[in-house]
Design a protein around this ligand. Structure first.
Ligand code: PEP
Length: 252
């Protein structure tokens, strides 16, 4: 099955609304005529609705950077799937390493978020990744397997159509260090086999697995040329219209 590449930009905690809308307009320009790939932006919540309005006529998907599993209630500081949809969003990033490491989000919490996002039909990007210590200790596959299995616990085969996996080695996020194309491909293949084991081969073939970790205009082409790399989750370079425009327009 052909998997449509997905390039996702995570704006994290950057920019004012005016700056975000300006960048969104430039991203929309970079997407003109591109039908063989999808583009997603995850702006801060405060500007989500405004950015969505800027992108109304484009096919760019708007995503939240995290998600609660409940529709509403006493969950101070959280955002619900209904709110994301109300603001024009249709996707959610879950389990980003910054959430896991700085805000102590556990696999169990991440799994609740995944299921919550899927219950509301959001395109759900589940992030997983090993630390440098874990890689150097030879634990990469075991760590990734645990994060993937726990993150997807209770997710049905039919829901997998809305799941995207993002492999983001923690040591490569915001550090300028990128996994080599060989290292990334090896992990992506491992993850695809694991998805086939958890579900079935067809599901593994249809599931997009993104690479994230210092993706730049200079390395996107070689990463995207790998058979099991189906897109990129981009942080730093997504804040620059020119760089992100080049990444969106990767050649492979
Ligand atoms: C990220 O935050 O998901 C990320 C990959 O960041 P960067 O591209 O800056 O490494």
């Amino acid at each position: 099955m052909m998997r449509k590449p997905l390039i996702a930009g995570n704006w994290k905690m950057h920019m004012t609304s005016a700056e975000g809308c300006g960048l969104a307009a430039r991203v929309a320009e970079s997407c003109v005529g591109l039908t063989d790939r999808e583009v997603l932006l995850a702006p801060p919540y405060t500007m989500m609705a405004e950015v969505a309005r800027v992108l109304e006529k484009s096919s760019v998907i708007i995503s939240s950077q995290n998600i609660c599993w409940e529709e509403k209630g006493a969950f101070t500081g959280e955002i619900s799937p209904v709110m994301v949809k109300d603001a024009g969003g249709s996707g959610a990033i879950v389990g980003h390493s910054e959430r896991r490491q700085i805000f102590m989000e556990t696999d169990n919490l991440v799994n609740q978020r995944v299921k919550g996002a899927l219950r509301f039909d959001l395109l759900t990007i589940l992030c997983i990744g090993e630390t440098l210590e874990q890689r150097e200790g030879g634990e990469t596959n075991a760590v990734l397997e645990a994060q993937l299995r726990r993150g997807l616990e209770g997710v049905s085969s039919s829901d997998m159509i809305n799941v995207v996996i993002a492999y983001e080695p923690v040591w490569a996020i915001g550090t300028g260090k990128t996994a080599s194309k060989e290292q990334a491909q090896e992990v992506h293949l491992f993850l695809r086999k694991l998805i086939a084991e958890i579900y079935e081969k067809n599901i593994a073939e249809q599931t997009r697995i993104l690479y994230g970790g210092s993706v730049k205009p200079t390395n996107v082409d070689e990463l995207m040329a790998q058979p099991d790399i189906d897109g990129a989750l981009v942080g730093g370079a997504a804040l620059d219209a020119e760089s992100f425009g080049r990444i969106i327009n990767f050649e492979s």
